[in-house]
Ligand binder design. Structure first.
Ligand SMILES: Nc1ncnc2c1ncn2[C@@H]1O[C@H](COP(=O)(O)OP(=O)(O)OP(=O)(O)O)[C@@H](O)[C@H]1O
Length: 580
């Protein structure tokens, strides 16, 4: 980020012979806390601040006095083309600065603007956030072999794709141990950008690498690894895709057994979707099922977040392993630690002799689903973050760690980013969770799906209650399509279940919906009716009073008599009409 990108351009400055009054006028017309002072050539020679002006005026210095004797010399300034890219630079600059706004100069030393220190920090933090997210996205989502190292060649990041293909690659390992025959020095010194042919375990790969620069210094390298037999690899991956699709079909033929085995009850086939926005969600979910990346599912209550999470699990190659749900609204920090991480034998009084595995261990090889993650206690958020970073857990009371392979899916109906700004959710955890994000729209945004959903739900509950109801009446469908559904598909499902349980006809009639939905709608109609009646009565009264006053030529006593009301009542009515 260049200094000029964050500076506020300023076209006012003072000269040594400017007066206190000149300075006062500048401060009164701007929000500056200091103004640049320039010499005859227009070069910056100092700053005159509001504080100095206040001091001078308090001491009785005349407004006609020159600022010559008073402005600050030896101030820090920044050239507009300076790159500011790290917090350390900003912190050292803040430490050395005596004023809250640092002047920015052009190549000739002329003042061109100022940088507000708080703005600079905020912009830099935003910049870091975006860069971090971009890098995380590249390493998580790009289907290619990427490795980042530090300057000594120690691996600091491995792309998800590479890790899946070669699970033995470890963060912390030396790149030269991993890639036999690699000339890392050439890469880190930027000597050669020639591709190198090396071996990764027993596979031949081509490595392209580049040094990474920070603040003009090399601080690591990025390596792109490609299998030499790229063409055969792509054929292989297509075959693999076909194989996965086939196995998915086979899987779905025996859902009941699958559900019993892994603790789920939905596959992607249960996700009813016809409108484009919901079709997109379905394909995002199937895409997510192909990797083990963390998924954040957002959406109001009842939109189908859990259904989607289970569908992702069952469409992934983890489907034979458990799907474990953790309801974060129902956990308290202390107990949850034990639930999630388990405990070692003898960790506390009453503990089992041999300890107990927690949900993370139970979900090993499978998926753990954190429902309403926004409600997770702060301390637990910290522990979850460590699991995400280190992919290992430590039982309560334990001294050793255990590697685990769990895919994390989190769901929320809150704005998690807003929670991070309010300091209620850890920012880093938010970025770690938000690798793949899927936002399911509320039902009122895809009412086109209602008839299909209704048919699906009628079928479902016909089976449950042994009924043969054909559907809903036309006016019920109209009502369904106009109602706002604050509880979304979950609410629609409840309405239909209750109606089916109590229905003895072929079609569900509107009067069977003894539901909150229906009652609310009726209440609303009643309120609108009552309001409009009141309004009509008020209008009629106004007209009658105006007429009576017209007939009596403004005589209020006679007008009251004419209207059959007392004089005070008429006065009251007139008063409320004025305020109405
Ligand atoms: N697209 C859909 N097709 C069919 N049924 C759906 C769909 N979406 C949701 N449902 C049904 O609606 C009900 C609520 O879904 P689910 O529990 O997954 O929602 P949720 O967003 O997790 O809700 P909450 O935030 O309240 O936990 C479930 O019974 C589910 O079967």
């Amino acid at each position: 980020m260049k200094a000029k990108e964050i500076m506020v351009p300023i076209n006012v400055s003072l000269k040594p012979d400017s007066t206190m009054k000149d300075a006062l006028l500048v401060f009164r017309s701007t929000r500056l806390t200091g103004v640049s002072v320039h010499n005859q050539d227009g070069r910056l020679i100092g700053m005159f601040t509001r504080d100095i002006l206040d001091d001078c005026l308090l001491k009785g210095t005349s407004l006609e006095t020159c600022i010559q004797k008073y402005y600050l010399r030896d101030i820090m300034c920044i050239r507009e083309d300076l790159t500011i890219n790290n917090l350390a630079d900003i912190i050292s600059w803040l430490r050395s600065s005596r004023i809250e706004q640092t002047p920015v100069i052009d190549i000739n030393g002329r003042p061109v603007g100022i940088i507000n220190h708080t703005d600079a920090i905020n912009q830099l933090l935003d910049h870091i956030r975006f860069t971090y997210k971009e890098i995380a996205d590249i390493f998580q989502k790009t289907p290619c072999g990427l490795v980042a190292t530090d300057v000594q060649g120690k691996i600091t990041l491995v792309s998800v794709y590479l890790k899946q293909t070669f699970p033995d690659i470890r963060v912390g390992q030396q790149i030269k141990e991993l890639l036999a025959g690699l000339s890392f020095d050439k890469i880190i010194n930027g000597v050669s950008c020639e591709p190198q042919k090396v071996k990764l375990f027993s596979t031949n790969v081509i490595v392209n690498g580049l040094p990474m620069l920070q603040g003009g210094r090399i601080n690591g390298a990025i390596l792109l690894l490609q299998e030499t037999a790229a063409i055969s690899a792509s054929i292989h991956s297509k075959k693999e895709d076909n194989r996965q699709e086939l196995s998915l079909v086979n899987k779905i033929t025996d859902n009941n057994q699958l559900f019993k085995q892994n603790g789920t009850k939905y596959t992607i086939d249960c996700f009813i979707s016809q409108s484009p926005c919901m079709v997109k969600i379905k394909s995002q979910a199937l895409q997510a099922a192909k990797s083990s990346s963390t998924v954040l599912i957002c959406g109001e209550s009842g939109v189908g977040k859990e259904l989607l999470a289970q569908s992702i699990h069952n469409a992934s190659n983890r489907y034979k392993r458990p799907f474990i749900k953790v309801d974060c609204t129902a956990i308290s920090a202390g107990i949850a630690e034990i639930e999630l991480f388990g405990y070692e034998g003898g960790a506390f009084t009453g503990a089992l002799k041999h300890g107990k595995p927690g949900q993370f261990e139970l979900a090993d090889g499978g998926t753990i689903f954190f429902d309403e993650i926004g409600s997770m206690p702060w301390s637990l958020q910290g522990r979850l973050l460590r699991v995400l970073q280190e992919k290992e857990i430590e039982r309560v009371g334990g001294i050793t760690t255990k590697k685990i392979d769990v895919r994390i899916i989190a769901a929320t109906n809150q704005d998690l980013y807003k929670l991070t700004l309010e300091g209620r959710f850890r920012k880093e955890l938010y970025y770690r969770l938000n690798v793949l994000d899927i936002t399911i729209p509320p039902l009122r945004k895809h009412i086109k799906d209602i008839p299909l959903l209704v048919n699906h739900l009628v079928d479902k509950y016909n089976k449950k209650y042994g009924k043969q109801i054909k559907g809903v009446s036309d006016d019920t469908m109209v009502f369904f399509k106009t109602y706002q559904w604050p509880g979304n598909i979950g609410e629609l499902e409840n309405v239909i279940e209750r109606a089916i349980a109590g229905c003895h006809l072929d079609l569900i009639q509107i009067d069977l919906l003894g539901t909150t939905a229906w009652e609310q709608n009726k209440r609303l109609e009643h309120i609108i009716l009552a309001e409009s009646t009141k309004e009509m009565a008020r209008e009629a009264q106004k007209k009658a009073i105006a007429n009576a006053l017209k007939i009596t030529k403004g005589n209020k006593s006679r007008a009251a008599k004419l209207l059959g009301i007392s004089r005070t009542t008429l006065y009251d009515k007139l008063k409320t009409q004025i305020t109405m």
